[in-house]
Design a protein around this ligand. Structure first.
Ligand code: PGA
Length: 233
């Protein structure tokens, strides 16, 4: 069983979400499917597809105009949230510290956070990939929280149509698995994200410690997303 999560980012419509849910309810798969959609669509419900947000506030409530708390997300019936996505880190100043607080708020509200870590192209070129991944996991994951998912997303490959080599993905996932194990969180699912398509999904999910994928662009069309989900058992 693999976990296939879609990240719609600031895209999609309610009509598309309904269409996607109907299509997903009719596929024959054991895989866990999660769709992380804009806040305005969180109230969607489906027996087959879990719904998630793409970010939550680190705060419970208060004077934080424009923010949405984890409790508010949970009250819609959603059960997951992404935190620390590279676009939040890039455009909204999220750091490992704020990501950890957001993940803790999510867990406290009963949501499963999908905590993203990954290196930029500059960090990769400077030979810092492993260091960034390891500090990302150590600093972004709250203490004593079992109910989490990690997503390794090399930031330079997101939306770029290119992916790391299988060996690079394998080393990154091995390091994340070892780091989580050191933290007492062995067995935490680890997803790969960035330029996953139907054409590479099965191969990527055959790499050790790749427990599923986080899919951006290719989760926005039924005909692109379903073949990714059905590419593995
Ligand atoms: P992509 O995005 O699949 O379009 O590369 C992945 C993500 O940002 O989660």
């Amino acid at each position: 069983m693999k976990i296939i999560a879609g990240n719609w980012k600031m895209n999609g419509t309610r009509e598309l979400l309904n269409e996607m849910i109907v299509a997903l309810e009719n596929i024959d798969t054991e895989n866990k499917v999660i769709l992380c959609v804009p806040y305005t669509m969180l109230a969607a419900s489906s027996a087959r597809v879990a719904i998630g947000a793409q970010d939550v506030s680190a705060h419970d409530h208060g004077a934080y105009t424009g923010q949405v708390s984890a409790n508010m997300v949970a009250a819609t019936g959603a059960t997951y949230t992404i935190v620390g996505h590279s676009e939040r880190r890039q455009y909204n100043g999220d750091t490992n510290d704020t990501v950890r607080q957001k993940a803790a708020a999510a867990v406290a509200a009963g949501l499963t956070p999908i905590i993203c870590v990954g290196e930029t192209m500059d960090e990769k070129n400077a030979g810092k990939t492993m260091e960034i991944i390891q500090s990302g996991v150590r600093e972004s994951v709250p203490q004593d929280t079992k109910n989490i998912i990690i997503a390794y997303e090399p930031r330079w490959a997101i939306g770029a149509g290119i992916t790391p080599t299988d060996d690079e993905i394998a080393s990154a996932h091995q390091l994340i698995a070892d780091t989580l194990s050191d933290m007492g969180l062995g067995g935490t699912p680890i997803l790969y994200g960035a330029s996953v398509r139907a054409s590479n999904a099965a191969q990527i999910m055959s790499i050790p410690h790749v427990d599923g994928v986080l899919v951006g662009g290719a989760s926005l069309k039924v005909d692109d997303f379903i073949p990714i989900i059905t590419s593995v058992k």
